[in-house]
Write a protein that binds this ligand. Sequence first.
Ligand code: SAH
Ligand code: SF4
Length: 373
Amino acid sequence: MSFTPERPPLHGETLDSLTARLATAGVPAYRARQVLEWTYKRRAAGWEAMTSLPRALRAALAEMFDFDPTTLLLNRESADVTDKLLLELRDRLLIETVIIRAPQEGVGLDHSRKTICLSTQVGCAMGCRFCASGLAGLKRHLSAGEIVHQLLQVCRREDARTPRARSELASFDNIVVMGMGEPLHNYDELLRALTIVNAPWGLGFGARRITVSTSGLVPQIRRLAAEPLGFRLAISLHGATNEVREQIMPINRRWPLEELLPAVREFSDRHGRMVTLEFILIEDINDSLDQAAKLGGIAAGLHAHVNLIPYNTVAGLPWRRPSLTRQQRFLDVLEQRGVSVTLRREKGHDIDAACGQLRLQTEQARAAAATQP
Ligand code: SAH
Ligand code: SF4
């Protein structure tokens, strides 16, 4: 379920691993720092741009590592607040990286919060019945380098938009691992990628501003809880009872609520920070007031924040979002119980399910083109 490229991406190397790799070629340790500085701080466009390195070393590095593990195929800026990058991997598979600009109340888009949404797999094995990403199953895991490179593509694109002032990754408020794939199913590569994103010799982005979203892989949640870097955690709950959750999320059979919720509690106890419970509202599936009350009970017990997301319809799937009145009633129940809760009201259906759909369309178009006479 992984792909071995001709040359590994540079962006999957940590300072230690790069130093060790270069040492085998007789290159002194300080060169590893220089390479990473050119890559992440100075954002060199390629090996040739790393002018403080001897020419022979640049040539040797080009033989050893891939500097461009993803290629930007399409950048679709939608009329609303999402901006999607469709990226092609070396084996021609496609992934999406999404930039979300959420206007802050009263101040408009110029002062919006900027979030980057990363993918961790091509497809997904979890098979949630409402989700576009999992429709065709899992094609493969992304490597750490492919995960990190998505952020460099975002930086590149931002640099192009604001050519004078080099926009730093720090101008983004959050990174959420909520794109295609189940991040905790690709645990080792995810952790390696996030270590590089966080490290001072890497992208230097604070762990507290990085959220990992999971459909609920219990052992990996416990493992993540024990990691020294304090990432944030979001749980895709989508059902407040096993009965409802099981209908739409097969993983609930393997890890039902009585296993999942204690693991979430362990995470929040260790990190002393609120976990987010994601709850997509799907008409007649999980939008009853009884579910709202039970969700309120779970959230109160975990001191968790609840994020209600009206379902985004996916072509070919029967699910719908509830009416605004119904969404409001659901919200009211939680608020009355004193739960910390938000309901996404942004316009534009593509804000959440964004990840996955552009890729799906392109793959369908490619398949159609391939079968044309
Ligand atoms: N696999 C991880 C992260 C990727 S999915 C997870 O499931 O948490 C990111 C979020 O988008 C999840 O909460 C998922 O349930 C939600 N999602 C998937 N399809 C959606 C849709 N059509 N509308 C709204 N949210 C959706
Ligand atoms: Fe996979 Fe998350 Fe989609 Fe479920 S919701 S199929 S875990 S990407």
